[in-house]
Design a protein around this ligand. Structure first.
Ligand code: FAD
Ligand code: SF4
Length: 478
């Protein structure tokens, strides 16, 4: 593809990466509104001018769903923002979401040649810009839909895996019903990632677009309780089932004092605020421990931990501290989240691991007993293994603690579907190419197969499942 970029490559490389306008740190820690404000058309054009349009376009290989990055950048350069959004939607149905939450530094931007000599192209910012332009002009086009096939598919779970599978299957003419245990659609996008990173209105709009495609959404349906997989395939008459129930079961530290009042799992803490609006108590009737003026400690170094600690600040915490057993270099959170957290006043206590929660005689949390850590050889994750330093215990005060050290697969569907094979960690076994499970007509994908991963990987799994389900519905072969 030729480019309409008027600048020679050397000049393009002299343009600095454009900065994302954002709410000032001092202001935003007082509110839940979105931190990043989005690029203007002029900033987006300036950023697009930096693209070298290299032949090898490594960025494309870095995107798990293969967004045609070079092509959409070219459309930005000629001012065709709707065309750019449509180009992205060919491979990614939720661009306003991925433009905001993808860990671009490990994916598309991590492979950008510009990054070898300076800062990579801001692909995520550009993706967000065109997706927002499309939304704000109300011109989100519906993809073409094949004639009805008469086949019915049930999708269990409405996170990014379930939503992307639903969209693709509806486009292929199948009748799709999404069954969701919670009262709102969106999975982690709704109950986990806070408003200040991903406004819920965006998720609602994307769900509305899927509804317009004819997808039926049923909330408050707990598969395994309200209905089982066998009933879906039997009396309910579905031809195939896709399980996309995610990894929402919190992992705890299993250390003394974890039962104390004031200790939360990150899932509970974030769900109370994001989904049930505990930050607006008593206007909404969901309470949360009053963090105002308190010391809050969040244990973990991933996106979930950053979301929890920044939420605690916005709830009025006097101090909000990340306690992480490795160093900052090993933190799995997106770089931008760590930067934003630091700017907002979050404190980082690294190379420290809690060994006990401390409480008063009424059962309320008063602090954490921690141990200093040092880093040893890399473990199988490639990160250096933390090792305790003997005799290094120390205490920090905390009236609220949030445990954000990981999640496991939601177990209910597996435990109520006897012929569904799981691995020793409880995740569903599925063929990596077809996402078929051990049970005929049942497919699985997203975090319930891989363990906690990313939004775009879950969406990629949803697309793969839709393709495989479509083939199965057409030829009946298993
Ligand atoms: P989920 O999004 O977990 O959705 C599963 C859905 O299934 C849920 O709605 C659940 O209620 C429903 N369900 C479960 N059991 C049943 C049942 N029995 N019956 C009916 N419904 C059921 N990734 C990124 O790329 N960038 C980020 O910035 C990022 N931040 C994150 C922040 C937090 C706080 C968390 C928790 C995760 C974050 N992730 C991030 C990871 C990402 O959100 C997940 O990898 C992704 O959402 C997985 O998608 P999924 O569709 O597999 O599952
Ligand atoms: Fe990059 Fe994510 Fe967009 Fe792919 S979907 S181009 S990884 S921001």
């Amino acid at each position: 593809m030729t480019t309409s970029n008027p600048l020679p490559p050397k000049e393009r490389m002299r343009i600095p990466r454009q900065r994302m306008p954002e709410q000032p740190a001092g202001e935003r820690r007082e509110n839940f509104a979105e931190v990043n404000l989005g690029l203007s058309a002029a900033l987006a054009h300036q950023e697009a001018l930096r693209c070298l349009h290299c032949k090898s376009h490594h960025c494309f290989t870095g995107c798990p769903v293969g967004v045609k990055i070079k092509d959409f950048i070219e459309l930005i350069l000629v001012g065709d923002f709707l065309g750019a959004a449509a180009k992205i939607r060919e491979d990614n149905v939720l661009p306003a979401i991925t433009g905001r939450v993808c860990p671009q530094e490990d994916q598309c931007e991590g492979c950008c040649i510009l990054g070898k000599h300076g800062e990579p192209l801001a692909i995520g910012y550009l993706e967000r810009f065109v997706a927002d332009y499309e939304r704000q002009t109300g011109q989100v086009g519906l993809p073409p839909k094949a004639p009805p096939t008469g086949k019915r598919v049930a999708i269990i779970g409405s996170g990014p895996a379930g939503l992307s599978a639903a969209g693709d299957l509806a486009q292929r003419g199948h009748q799709v019903t999404v069954l969701e245990a919670l009262h709102e659609i969106g999975g982690v996008l709704i109950y986990g990632i806070p408003e200040f990173r991903l406004p819920k209105q965006i998720v609602h709009e994307e769900v509305e677009n899927l509804r317009r495609l004819g997808i039926e959404f049923r909330t408050n349906v707990v598969v395994g309780r309200t209905v089982t997989v066998d009933e879906l395939l039997g009396e309910e008459g579905y031809d195939a089932v896709f399980i996309a129930t995610g990894a929402g079961l919190p992992v705890f530290l299993n250390i003394p004092g974890e039962h104390l009042c004031g200790v939360y799992s990150a899932n509970e803490f974030l769900t109370r605020v994001n989904l049930m609006k505990a930050n607006q108590f008593p206007a909404y009737d969901q309470p949360i421990y009053d963090c105002r003026g308190k010391a809050v400690a969040v244990i973990g170094g991933g996106n979930t931990a950053m979301d929890a600690v920044r939420t605690a600040l916005r709830l009025g915490a006097q101090t909000a501290t990340i306690v992480y057993r490795r160093s900052e270099v090993e933190m799995p959170a997106r770089i931008e989240e760590v930067k934003h957290a630091r700017e907002e006043g979050v404190q980082f206590l690294t190379l420290a691991n809690p060994v006990a929660f401390l409480g008063d005689d009424r059962g309320w949390l008063t602090g954490l007993k921690c141990q200093r850590m040092t880093l040893g050889e890399p473990d199988k994750s490639g990160r250096r293994r933390p090792q305790p330093v003997p005799g290094s215990e120390f205490e920090i005060p905390a009236q609220v603690a949030v445990v954000a050290v990981g999640n496991q697969g939601n177990p209910l569907v597996q435990s109520t579907t006897p012929d569904l094979k799981t691995n020793p960690l409880g995740y569903i076994e599925a063929d990596p190419d077809t996402l078929r499970t051990s049970k005929r007509g049942v497919f699985a994908g997203g975090d319930i197969v891989t363990g906690g991963a990313t939004v775009i990987l879950a969406m990629g799994a949803g697309r793969k499942a839709a393709q495989a389900i479509d083939e199965y519905l057409k030829n009946g072969k298993w």
